[in-house]
Design a protein around this ligand. Sequence first.
Ligand code: ADP
Length: 238
Amino acid sequence: MGSITISKVTKHFGALEVIPPLDLHIEEGEFVVFVGPSGCGKTTLLRLIAGLEDVTSGSVAIDGTDVTQVAAARRGLAMVFQSYALYPHMTVRENIGFPLRMAGIGKAEIARKVETVAETLNLTGHLDARPGQMSGGQRQRVAIGRAIVREPKAFLFDEPLSNLDASLRVNMRLEISELHQRLQTTAIYVTHDQVEAMTMATKIVVLRSGIIEQVGSPMELYNQPRNLFVAGFIGSPK
Ligand code: ADP
């Protein structure tokens, strides 16, 4: 579960065409990074997949089912933002359990699932803390926990580490990569940071002005960049 197929998708904001017709297939279990300069449409593309923006034309399918008309909350995807979006008045336990409570799941099951997620993310000792008492890295882990607890078909990350300082960013990159290896859930990760793309991705999608310049593994892009834009962006010697 967790393949995503984007077919002939376009997105206009008024007269501005942000995404010209675009096709992309993401296999189940991949860690796909959308990379490209600021304003090239990475976040817009992610939001179209999430259902947080409506496509202007074209379709989005998850596991072969067209979800273009399906509301974001019913697509079975979980989004993690840079701003954490945690509830300050709730404990970590309540924050992680919140999506399950909204889904009407019973207290005992929520408690069990939250404990499991907390163990996975080394948050067991912090379950009764509130976000304001935690570091940026811990808060981002809580936000990831809240995504994991829903057992989504795919994780959608929008520059989740850009608010963290450099050394913490390196740690969190490793944590997210390890988590992906354990869970094997499809992940799409937006960043403008080439190092993040090269170290985390199984597949990189290089975007320029809403157009896919190249798709490939980090090594393919590094060794065989299709053009100077990709080479320049990836930092390869072409
Ligand atoms: P990136 O994530 O690569 O930085 P975005 O997807 O955020 O790029 O933005 C792509 C383009 O779409 C930019 O020119 C941005 O100004 C424009 N844009 C994004 N969201 C909106 C919106 N809600 N209304 C109008 N223009 C938007």
